[in-house]
Design a protein around this ligand. Structure first.
Ligand SMILES: [Zn+2]
Length: 388
């Protein structure tokens, strides 16, 4: 693509965002977003972005990245679709970013996450979109990883007035809920001083070893497979006064434990949690900021329903991995000799223009950009960037 992505499109994006927000304000009587400065959003700007998504019943894809190629493709897709986006790194993704060959794996997970964040801070502003920068699932063993990132985050805050990340996740859903929530409260106390959000996970109350596996094989629609609204209320009571938090609740989207398709998605679980908290605390509708894990391969109607219940973030990894890799396979199939010889052994033609890594990595980036166009569309976020 040779045309400049940014100048005219940014103007159009600003106009689209303005008229959209005007409608929203007229509808709800609540002033939601002023436009935001493009770049990584944190603190009040993060709150505004999330509130605007929820008020407008749309969500942002949260894309796992591992490299500058994947980060730049996400930014390109967001700019092209005039949409804001969530960029996230798992601990493994962060390690890969630092280099899989780096001798100290634990240190690589920290340094890679810091390096990737600095790249996103610089480039997001210039692509002209708002980006929520987040780290993905961290279980009990990875609490020290998150705490190291907060050491770096505090230093970055001193330097720039912004945290390094908008948000971190702690997934302590396999631990007893009281311990899960007290650890989350401890970490959130530190994060809220920097204007950061904490994403937590409230899981199912059992697993294979608790006999749920066998009940489950009979197709039982077992309540234990879904987060209970009382647990979500307990999280709200514990965390709401400390700082910003978001909740990944299981509503059938159990990942990694059961085969996909075996659990029935029940987005109304999310509604029950929202309603319980709204009743107990006299809030408006949808007080919680909800996130949808395991979004790849979900049916569109259920995505739309979940978004209506206050889901502002949907994780997408499996599908975007395939979208990045499939074009490379196609490229190699189309130019097989170029990946075996530098020069054609039959007629001496040089193959440099095919094996140059920029050629096939660009094909991969384009594949990811196209798949994200679909994701923005499915989540209703196309054209809705808040970036000024
Ligand atoms: Zn999860």
């Amino acid at each position: 693509m040779s045309r400049p992505i940014l100048s005219n499109d940014r103007q159009m994006a600003a106009e689209a965002a303005f008229s959209y927000l005007g409608r929203l304000e007229a509808m709800s009587g609540v002033s939601t977003a002023s436009k935001l400065k493009p770049g990584v959003v944190t603190g009040k700007d993060y709150e505004t972005l999330v509130a605007t998504c929820k008020a407008g019943s749309y969500a942002l894809p949260a894309v796992n990245v591992t490299s500058t190629n994947t980060i730049n493709a996400v930014l390109e897709a967001a700019a092209k679709n005039k949409a804001d986006v969530i960029i996230q790194l798992s601990n493994g993704g962060a390690q890969f970013y630092a280099g899989q060959g780096f001798p100290d794996g634990s240190l690589a997970k920290v340094l890679g996450a810091v390096s990737a964040a600095r790249h996103v801070h610089m480039m997001a502003e210039h692509y002209g979109v708002c980006v929520v920068l987040h780290t993905d699932h961290a279980n009990k063993k990875l609490i020290p990883w998150v705490e190291s990132l907060l050491d770096h985050g505090e230093a970055f805050y001193k330097e720039t007035g912004k945290p390094l990340y908008s948000s971190h996740m702690l997934d302590l859903s396999e631990e007893p809920i009281d311990w899960n929530l007290s650890e989350c409260a401890r970490i959130l106390q530190r994060m809220s001083k920097l204007g950061m959000n904490l994403e937590i996970e409230l899981g199912v109350t059992g697993g294979e070893e608790d006999g749920i596996g066998s009940e489950f094989k009979e197709g039982a629609d077992n309540a234990k497979l879904y987060t209970q609204p009382e647990d979500v209320l307990q999280a709200f009571d514990k965390l709401a006064d400390i700082g910003m938090f978001s909740v990944a609740a299981s509503f059938g989207n159990v990942h990694g434990v059961y085969k996909p398709g075996n659990v029935k998605l029940r987005p109304e679980i999310l509604k029950n949690s929202q309603d319980l908290i709204a009743r107990r605390h006299n809030t408006g509708p949808n007080p919680l900021n909800l996130v949808f894990h395991g979004g790849s391969g979900s049916e569109k109607a259920q995505i739309t329903e979940a978004v209506g219940y206050g889901v502002f973030k949907m994780n997408i990894d499996t599908d975007t991995q395939f979208a990045f890799s499939a074009p490379v396979g196609k490229f190699v199939d189309e130019h097989p000799k170029a990946f075996k010889y530098q020069i054609d052994p039959e007629d001496g033609t040089p193959f440099k223009k095919y094996y140059d890594p920029r050629k096939w990595l660009r094909a991969a980036e384009v594949g990811l950009v196209e798949r994200l166009g679909e994701a923005f569309h499915d989540l209703g976020s196309t054209g809705k960037t808040l970036a000024a």
